[in-house]
Design a protein around this ligand. Structure first.
Ligand code: PLP
Length: 393
């Protein structure tokens, strides 16, 4: 084989995702796309805020000489400044442009942060179920992803985390609102986590970073708010994007911010700046930086997702599915009615419903429904969900 063994293994390990896509494509070709209920992808289907295209047009029409050139690897200082100003309100601590670095999405932010902090053999600890890509991101930079169980309702289990932290732990990676569970961590639990990381850091004589992945921060329901990590723990780094909040994942724009109180704030930012360059990102897309600078605090119309969530939850609950009504994200993570989630996903496929087995997120026994789809897809899929669970009775 002329490709790397590592990539070969990654491809082999992702075969179920490929299989899912292939089977989905086959079903769509056979029955027509409108008769296949595809809940497999977290690709936002709600349009960006109206202002987005207005600002985009305005930005393009005022572009001048030099506006498409290289820039500091951190991004335009004025853009970092706009982000910092909004972040100061959101995180309730004063953040400056010097603590912000613009990135190619949240995945760019996480990779830049991990590149900056990991040495070979370092471990990144994360609660499961978790986003599939984390293990690859840690491995990209010589680290290893270690996992720790969450509570039965997918909250942080501080006792389990305390047990799982070792002298190799360099970062604790959280994602709230969470993909795939939809759970949002409370302020109390984040404060507890901060105290724990500080205590363990002292015990092992190393800084343990809290890396917070927050691309779903604004997709929350029923008055839920996402607490600040900067007030919970000083050695914290926040990575996020505009991918889901304003529905522009294809534009690859996000940022990473370091807690102004972090002990190695300056060194971290210097390291992340170099990481952004040598990972080949160089800088975040110029045009999009200028656009998002004018869109601070905006989000898609959350009532669209609320309606979809409620329609799905009401239907599934009435058929006997067991789940937590998600306080955030556009994912629902029900318990599989049979222990084997992969088998149940196949049963749903017989109803032309495509979802992802929880095993793919280190959450066996569950399955993920991404409800960022047309209302009709939800409505028309409900009889299939009903038949699938009834088959098992
Ligand atoms: C939890 C989580 N983190 C990061 C990302 C990557 O986001 P982006 O497209 O902004 O890189 C995703 C995308 O689905 C995600 O679900």
């Amino acid at each position: 084989m002329s490709i790397s063994k590592k990539i070969e293994n990654i491809i082999a390990g992702s075969s179920f995702i490929r299989k899912m896509f292939e089977e989905g494509a086959e079903l769509k070709a056979k029955f027509g796309p409108e008769n296949v209920y595809d809940f497999s992808l977290g690709n936002p289907n709600v349009p960006p805020p109206e202002k987005f295209h207005e600002i985009l047009r305005e930005t393009v029409s005022t572009c001048g000489l030099g506006d498409h050139c290289y820039m500091p690897n951190t991004g335009y200082p004025t853009v970092c400044g706009s982000v910092a100003e909004y972040l100061s309100q959101e995180q309730q601590v004063p953040v400056t442009d010097k603590e912000v670095l613009m990135t190619c999405g949240a995945s760019g932010a996480l990779n830049v942060a991990l590149k900056a902090i990991l040495d070979p053999g370092d471990e990144v600890l994360t609660p499961i179920p978790c986003f599939v890509e984390y293990k690859f991101y840690a491995d990209n930079h010589g680290g290893a992803l270690k996992t720790v169980n969450s509570t039965s309702d997918f909250r942080l289990d501080l006792d389990a985390i305390s047990e799982a932290i070792t002298e190799k732990t360099k970062a604790f990676l959280i994602n709230s609102p969470n993909n795939p569970t939809g759970q949002v961590y409370s302020e109390e639990s984040l404060n507890g986590l901060g105290q724990l990381l500080e205590k363990k850091g002292k015990e092992f004589k190393r800084t343990i970073y809290l890396l917070s992945d927050e691309p779903y921060r604004k997709i929350v329901y029923d008055g839920v708010t996402v607490p600040s990590v900067f007030t919970s723990y000083k050695e914290s780094i926040l990575g996020t994007s505009y991918s889901k909040d304003i529905s522009i994942p294809g534009e690859r724009i996000g940022f990473v911010a370091v807690n102004p109180a972090a002990t190695y704030r300056k060194e971290l930012l210097g390291a992340m700046t170099v990481a952004n360059r040598i990972l080949g990102f160089v800088n975040a897309p110029a045009l999009m930086q200028r656009v998002v600078a004018c869109m601070q605090g905006m989000s898609v119309d959350i009532s669209e997702y609320t309606r979809k969530r409620d329609m799905l939850c009401e239907g599934l609950l009435s058929y006997g599915y067991d789940f937590i009504k998600p306080p955030g994200t556009f994912y629902l993570f029900p318990r599989s009615p049979i222990p084997d989630d992969v088998e149940f996903v196949d049963i749903l496929k017989e109803e032309r419903i495509l979802v992802v087995p929880g095993s793919g997120f280190d959450g066996p026994g569950y399955f993920r429904i991404a409800f960022c789809v047309e209302d009709d897809t939800i409505k028309n899929s409900l009889p299939g969900f009903k038949r699938a669970i009834e088959k098992l009775r």
